[in-house]
Write a protein that binds this ligand. Sequence first.
Ligand code: PHE
Length: 346
Amino acid sequence: MEKQLNLLKVQCLESISKINNLHDLQELEVRYVGRKGELTMILRGVKDLSADQRPLIGQLGNQVKNELDAAFAARKLDLEKQDIAKKLHDPMFDVTAPGPEIGRGHIHPLSQVQQEVEEIFNSMGFAVMDGPEVESEYYNFEGLNIPGWHPARDMQDTFFIKGKEDKKHGRMVLRTHTSPVQVRTMEKFGAPLRVIVPGRTFRYEATDASHDTTFYQVEGLLIDKDISISHLKGVIKEFLTRLFKKEVSVRFRPGYFPFVEPGLEVDFSCLICGGKGCRVCKHTGWVEFLGAGMVHENVLKAGGIDPKEWQGWAFGFGLTRLAMMRHGIDDIRLLSGGDLRFINQF
Ligand code: PHE
């Protein structure tokens, strides 16, 4: 067996040195050291040897295997180098030709809309704020005039985080809206204020084409002296007209949110049918767009602002819904699904 191994090694090394292309080299490799190659076949016999022979031959076998592997690798490198050299000398080989194009990503449709919204509000003097996605019950509810017993808690099904809890701030939750950043911003900067807060929000609900557990909202907050709802109407109308690049009208209806008084629901004229009535606006000519109202005095107080001196309004709308409307996307789940066949269309 020792002889057999040595002979095989000599033969194989000689064949390697004679080979002059990568394809043949690979075939040779399979024939000698492949899974069913000659070396493997010989080594199968090791188990039948006597106990004193077995380790010696086994060791020799490994040694031969290593040497051959190294010889194959070295020859492969040689041949590859020759290949490149040959190509470079080929008059038809164009070294200046551009390489394969590198795939480039692009901004997600949601982020595109977010950037546009930020630009428009920036140009009207609003700063862009940020707040934590894992929020305390205090900022998400109490600070916004929604105590624990309040029925409005049921309006927003909440994800609670296990473990952390303290007396002032309560349990930790995934924020159900961007409104907690209202009080945070008031505490930090005081009045006057003019901010928007785009951000990710979460609700514990069954998913379908128009509901997801994760979605994006934009909060708006303006606090100053002598502020009224007419300022809100002007800002929203101007914002939508700039965003959609055509004249949009808005309609205010009474609505209820504990953190505003009075509260409003705001609709805008349907862009698909121009207000005549279609499937998108459920034949009303209006699309429901945001919740808003004059900031409740308890919320101003929670933020350390004196309601006798200052007043303001707040609004909140679904950025995800806006992106869907803009592109005619009919399933919300596509936006966070990460399917490139979908994303690449925008
Ligand atoms: N936070 C409310 C929601 O998620 C929207 C809202 C924001 C309403 C600000 C009024 C004022 O539905």
